[in-house]
Ligand binder design. Structure first.
Ligand code: COA
Length: 310
């Protein structure tokens, strides 16, 4: 007879085992290849900013499934499941159900009234469940979650030199220079000004993503300034090396081509890191990304939520 499934909280020294499990259990290759970066962002780095926990599902002594969850930094009533994965040979035997139940208990104990199967920026692996993870969609519905939103990514093709995503930015940068606008790579010393610009112009939670991008290996950020004032930025790699975003241009400077230049500078970096494509995450202005880089809508995510007792 099958050994019972038990769920217990994992300690950070087990991160390599969690990465190995995700590597084999995230069915989409683009996710499996970034398992290491994902676990690092969602568990290790996120723990500096918000309550985070990791659960393991064991069958006997074998780790067969993992879940990473967190509380929303913005709203103490909301808890998130950031990642859940069960080894393919152990599916449909209750591990996913047991992990979700364990996460709901953990989040209720921390004061959550609702659980979201949705990304918890600034550290997130996906905006929600990729529709191609159809078993996860089925599991969410079976466990009483309701879909409340849809989100999508765009893919920028970096695989050939003539790709619109790799179009030169030189002429546009010369034109911007004529208007007193300088474009350059952001350095760690720029972080306070960048974060202040992002907060005052767009609100929201971009401080963390900027801190995760500027000057970190596998990540980066470019900015535009006029008279020493930041008027736009674009960042990539804060949670995942192949993901682009966030970006923003001051409303007064919109339409001058700054956004396209900043976007393509980042995509050029990602190409130089050896990536064949980049994911423009949780979009956003589709016509802008399509026009500036030839990106196409590709990954689609359903976001789920469920009220819990606490
Ligand atoms: C989603 C996942 C974690 C579910 O794990 P699991 O251990 O198979 O889940 P359970 O056995 O507890 O299933 C719970 C219920 O979900 C539903 N379900 C799960 N897989 C299903 C499938 N392939 N088809 C239809 N329903 C399914 C069923 O109602 C099931 O209950 P039942 O078996 O009693 O009918 C697993 O499929 C997985 O790891 N997928 C790849 C990673 C992934 O998609 N993660 C989310 C990324 S955003």
């Amino acid at each position: 007879m099958d050994a019972e499934i038990t769920v217990s909280e994992l300690t950070p020294d087990l991160a390599p085992a969690v990465v190995r499990l995700c590597d084999g259990a995230l069915d989409l290759p683009e996710d499996a290849t970034e398992a290491d970066a994902l676990v690092d962002a969602l568990w290790t780095r996120a723990a500096a900013d918000r309550p985070v926990f990791a659960l393991g599902a064991y069958r006997g002594a074998e780790l067969v499934g993992v879940l990473i969850g967190s509380m929303s930094a913005a709203d103490p009533r909301l808890g998130h499941v950031d990642l859940v994965a069960v080894a393919p040979e152990h599916r449909r035997r209750g591990a996913g159900r047991a992990l979700l139940a364990g996460a709901e208990r953990q989040l209720a104990d921390r004061g959550a009234a609702e659980v979201l199967l949705a990304g918890n920026p600034p550290y997130y692996a996906w905006p929600g469940i990729d529709v191609r993870y159809t078993p996860a969609v089925c599991a969410a519905l079976a466990l009483g979650y309701q879909q409340d939103r849809t989100a999508w990514n765009m893919t920028a093709d970096l695989s050939y030199d003539e790709s619109p995503a790799l179009r030169s930015t030189q002429a546009a940068e010369r034109r911007l220079a004529g208007q007193g606008v300088t474009v350059r790579r952001a350095e760690p010393a720029d972080l306070p000004a960048l974060a202040a610009f992002a907060r005052s112009t767009f609100g929201g939670a971009w401080d963390g993503e900027l801190a995760g991008s500027v000057g970190r290996p596998g990540a980066g950020c470019h900015l535009a300034e006029r008279d020493g004032e930041v008027i736009g930025f674009a960042a990539y790699g804060s949670s995942r090396p192949s993901w682009f975003g966030p970006m923003g241009t001051a409303p007064a400077a919109e339409g001058s081509g700054i956004g396209g230049v900043l976007l393509r500078r980042c995509l050029r970096d990602q190409h130089d890191m050896g990536l064949e494509s980049a994911q423009i995450g949780w979009v956003g202005p589709v016509p802008f990304y399509s026009g500036s880089s030839g990106a196409r809508i590709e990954r689609v995510f359903f976001l789920y939520r469920r009220t819990i007792e606490n």
